[in-house]
Design a protein around this ligand. Sequence first.
Ligand SMILES: NC(=O)c1ccc[n+]([C@@H]2O[C@H](COP(=O)([O-])OP(=O)(O)OC[C@H]3O[C@@H](n4cnc5c(N)ncnc54)[C@H](OP(=O)(O)O)[C@@H]3O)[C@@H](O)[C@H]2O)c1
Length: 350
Amino acid sequence: MIRVSIVGASGYTGGELLRLLLNHPAVEIAQVTSNSNAGKFVYQVHPHLRPAMSRRLDLRFTTEDTLASCDVLFLALPHGEAQRRIEHYAGLAERIVDLSADFRLNDADTYARYYGGAHTAPEWLERFVYGLPELYRDALRGARYASGVGCNATATLLASWAAVKAGFVPADQTLIADLKVGSSEAGKSPTESSHHPARAGVVRPFQMTGHRHEAEVHQALASCGNYDVRIALSSVELVRGAAAAVHVTLPTGLSDRDLWAAYREAWRDQPFIRVVHEKTGIHRHPEPRLLAGTNFADVGWEYDPASGRAALLCAIDNLGKGAAGTAVQCMNLMCELEETTALTFGGIYP
Ligand SMILES: NC(=O)c1ccc[n+]([C@@H]2O[C@H](COP(=O)([O-])OP(=O)(O)OC[C@H]3O[C@@H](n4cnc5c(N)ncnc54)[C@H](OP(=O)(O)O)[C@@H]3O)[C@@H](O)[C@H]2O)c1
């Protein structure tokens, strides 16, 4: 069995990691940390993980200073914490998956520009593989260190990738990614903007320019060209979910068959990408509501052959494919396990 510990396990991504890993046949949970919940059973913080009477689950949170060695360490901490203690963590575990933005960029100057300060462990940036298996699978196989991927970056990248890879998106245009996101993106700490009377029912422009995830999308698309990607983010009435519509101009006169061919070529062998592009019915395009709790990303498009205008679409669960699901997928690859282990839940409807 692979002994796994989670630092920051009382948070939203930590809880989602636990939900997935408790059902992973090759994993034994060694330790879960939360400084503010030390001593509590995990189900007292994550009520959906309450065990049945027949199943003994006596896992309790511990403080981080008692963290012991393990095989794989997941870090689910607020931005900036992992980089400060990365040497310590690396001394405890052979493999690390960090869900924060600390090790997503491979260039320290770019990091400083987007995150407003110098990285405290720049020598570690190139040791981490960008943890999006759909683009970096070979590098992740057997890797020791993987970074998480921003949830908005995940949706933007997976929305754009098939058309970009097929050469349909000229690199001299700006890709505008319109993101609609749910409240769990902000983590568990309440703020004025997450207070129920202020958050319920909103369609609230939240960050229309200068989103940090633009940097990692630009980095990941660099193998196809120097793409200028801009993210505009709005909060909507969802708890889980992110939906991206990336607005681009494609060549005119493409057929639906051309686009299907590009999507098939890009996603043929990917276990967690589903192409959703129906001519009729109400579920013609990717929808985040159908993806809650899953590791799937649904992708699709709408294209006007007369003008070339297109919206490239992707929906995910920000805590699933946007965070914990992909992190477990990375662990499976890093540990040379079957990539889909513990991740095949397909969602619920209605
Ligand atoms: N939420 C998402 O949709 C999402 C998606 C992709 C990536 N991410 C990234 O994943 C990371 C975790 O996000 P989250 O949404 O799970 O956040 P969260 O709900 O706020 O949880 C953060 C966790 O970190 C612990 N913590 C806070 N400050 C700490 C410190 N100084 N030292 C040690 N532990 C500390 C907290 O527990 P205690 O205070 O009890 O110790 C808690 O368990 C973030 O970097 C986020 O950017 C989040």
